[in-house]
Design a binder for this molecule. Sequence first.
Ligand SMILES: Nc1nc2c(ncn2[C@@H]2O[C@H](COP(=O)(O)OP(=O)(O)OP(=O)(O)O)[C@@H](O)[C@H]2O)c(=O)[nH]1
Ligand SMILES: [Mg+2]
Length: 371
Amino acid sequence: MSMLTIVAESAQQALLEVHRQLGPDAVIVNLRKIPAAGLGALFKKPQIEVVATVPAAAARGPEKIAQIDHRVQELERELADALAAGASAGTARPEVIPPRSIPRGYPTNPLAHAARERLPSATIFQNLGLLPMHIEWLTDRVRNFPGATAPRNLREELVLVQEVLVDHAHQLARRHEKAGNPLRVFLGTPGTGKTTCLCKWLTQEVFLGSRLSQVWRLDGAAPNTAEFLSVHGEILNVPVERVWAGAPVDDAVARFVDLPGVAVNDPAAFAALKAQAEQFSGAEWFLVLNAAYDLSLLLAHTRAFAALPLAGLIFTHMDEETRLGKIWNVMLSAQLPVVWLSGGQNIPGQFIRAQPEMLFDALVNQNLKGG
Ligand SMILES: Nc1nc2c(ncn2[C@@H]2O[C@H](COP(=O)(O)OP(=O)(O)OP(=O)(O)O)[C@@H](O)[C@H]2O)c(=O)[nH]1
Ligand SMILES: [Mg+2]
């Protein structure tokens, strides 16, 4: 992927130049202020450097089907290997798959596969990291999905599983969607990447949405030391306030609130956070989670923050994590939509809307594409 670097007097000027050279599909990868050098620095404004690229086109139509077929064949081979390993060793990784429940190939008559039995693809999803309780739920949904006919082979079953998971993720998104242009508040445990995500989202608003924006960098029980947020606001020409003076009314403005992290074992900080939440009525609260954390920790953090009116989850550190089963596990356990996936420290860098279809692809391929 080739990169274009533009240096200009303002972020807006740099963006115009990026679009002139790369067209409307250009994606901004990094944005930073570079101080003027030498004696002239005393009189010159710092310049803005923007790095941009055009992402490779996503696979479409026949190419996409060929990719799915290829992946299904791989998964079938993995399943066959797991079965063979189980047969030769007498047990097939018993901690993961109890031997008696390993499917012996796809049933010739799917209807004979009683409702309580495992789906043949359950082994695949278990190996991809989905928790047994979610596989049980999935099995039930696949068997009872409205309008679906019984799958005749593993490929058809995977397509149905995809439909069930994607449909559920869309439902979660619809259930938590807020009308209009609500105030967006970021919260989570310390250092998960809240302020970085805010800067990434803000940059997309300013550059792609060309919308006016406003940010509040507020202190909670601990001071909010995110100086880079104020610097970033300055680059983008977005006001960053340090004091909350009542609800701003202008619905046309994209509004973001950055709060310091709250440790889950700090009840006083949690109580203060809940009290603070009351000031932001109608806001969308996003829980920012570091995807590289262990699943048990992610679930504990999500449970702790469920005391607040969460609208969705944002996963950071996608540059460090390949076990994407975790994301589905947290989403299904919390019954909250995953809204954004963020990877890396560059702003805006990788920051992509978490579409359910893409999350399913990422789960099956153990690889996040598209950012
Ligand atoms: N590798 C990697 N680093 C990240 C990512 N997101 C944030 N960081 C880095 O993690 C550190 C903390 O990021 P912040 O955005 O300040 O985290 P925060 O949640 O706002 O932190 P507090 O406000 O102190 O709770 C910084 O050094 C970021 O550059 C990411 O997706 N991947
Ligand atoms: Mg912060």
